[in-house]
Design a protein around this ligand. Structure first.
Ligand code: PLP
Ligand code: COI
Length: 338
């Protein structure tokens, strides 16, 4: 029986589903994992995730496709990124086979929460890896807990393809040049909360970060990568060691190439932003969200149509979501049937 949810009214907020899946790593190995119905953990008060930030997460989506089947999008990429994050903060790695098995088991157990085809929604899958063993000297935990929870979601920002305004707050950095910006640890998001609230209070749903060393180059938005389309139709996205390697960005680059657009992954000067014909934020949660204004020190840069999405971004969006919903052939083998 499908859950009684107003599918077309879903936003991006927590909603309890039937269960999550939970695994424990002890004595060098992962257990078999169990589906748990209670959304609570009994956690040791000296767990390293609480004191020393041994906490990593991921985000991916599963879709009900046109043929009625449920498919997860590029979960293998998230598995590999989580393994990279685990290595950076010295946690036990979750093997890719276990990660993919967790996706299959938890999505399958929550089928009734996967938004039906045609509603525009998806099932957001949130893997979480934490140090759960007690440790009071600053050292890695001897025990890890891997959780995967799911929840049905709609648009992250209200209005789907409607553009948002972004702000650069020069008093804040998201990530240090040789820090942890390239991996997905909880601490990166704790650091972004204050600038995020400040941006929000000033009327900007999104904040854009520049490189921490010089504040000359574009890095990324708080929860998504930056993409710019030049007036002559090139796809440009920043290259930097301190931004998160977005699965969405990687997919859009491939789609752009498939559509015949040149793709440039390179340092992008902030002064170049005003030259772009279209700008967007991209990520699993935000998909492609057009950005039509970027404000820095009271100076405003306007890009793309005032209240719509530019033509190139719209084409990329249609192709990407078309593949995800099984309307367009999955020629790259990105979708995993559940
Ligand atoms: N950059 C940051 C800081 C993010 O939090 C996210 C979201 O996961 C992304 C980029 C986009 O990554 P992905 O497309 O893999 O979701
Ligand atoms: C995602 O896009 O999956 C994210 O993790 C972004 C955000 C909700 C933290």
């Amino acid at each position: 029986m499908t859950a009684s949810i107003e599918w077309d009214k879903l936003g991006f907020s927590y909603l309890q589903t039937d269960c999550h899946i939970r695994y424990t790593w002890r004595d060098g190995k992962w257990d078999e994992g169990r589906l748990e119905t209670e959304p609570y953990l009994n956690l040791h008060i000296a767990a390293t995730c609480l004191h020393y930030g041994q906490a990593a997460f991921e985000g991916l989506k599963a879709f009900t496709c046109k043929d009625g089947k449920i498919r997860a999008f590029r979960a293998d990429m998230n598995a590999r990124r989580m393994a990279m994050t685990a290595r950076r903060i010295c946690m036990a790695e979750v093997p890719e086979t276990l990660f993919l098995d967790a996706v299959r088991r938890v999505v399958d157990a929550n089928r009734r929460f996967v938004p039906p085809y045609g509603t525009g929604g998806s099932l957001y899958v949130r893997p979480l890896l934490i140090g759960s063993g007690p440790q009071i000297g600053v050292n890695p935990s001897g025990e890890y807990t891997f959780i995967m929870m799911v929840l049905p979601v709609g648009a992250y920002y209200k209005g789907g393809l409607k553009p948002v305004r972004a702000v650069v707050l020069d008093d804040y950095d998201r990530a240090a040049p040789q820090g942890t910006g390239h991996v997905k640890i909880g601490g990166n998001y704790a650091a972004s909360l204050q600038p995020h609230l400040l941006a929000h209070d000033q009327g900007y749903p999104v904040e854009l970060y520049l490189d921490a060393r010089e504040h000359r180059y574009v890095e990324e938005f708080g929860t998504s990568n930056f993409i710019g389309i030049t007036k002559d139709g090139r796809y440009v996205t920043p290259k930097s060691p301190s931004i998160l390697a977005s699965v969405t960005n990687d997919s859009l680059q491939q789609i752009a190439r498939d559509l015949g657009l040149p793709v440039e992954v390179r340092p992008v000067l902030f002064s170049e932003v005003k030259e772009f014909a279209e700008v967007a934020a991209c990520g699993t949660a935000v998909v492609i969200t057009p950005v039509n204004e970027i404000v820095r020190n009271g100076e405003s840069i306007r890009v793309g149509p005032a209240d719509g999405c530019g033509p190139t971004l719209e084409k990329l969006y249609r192709r990407m979501t078309g593949i995800q919903y099984g309307e367009i052939a999955d020629t790259h083998g990105w979708c995993m049937e559940i």
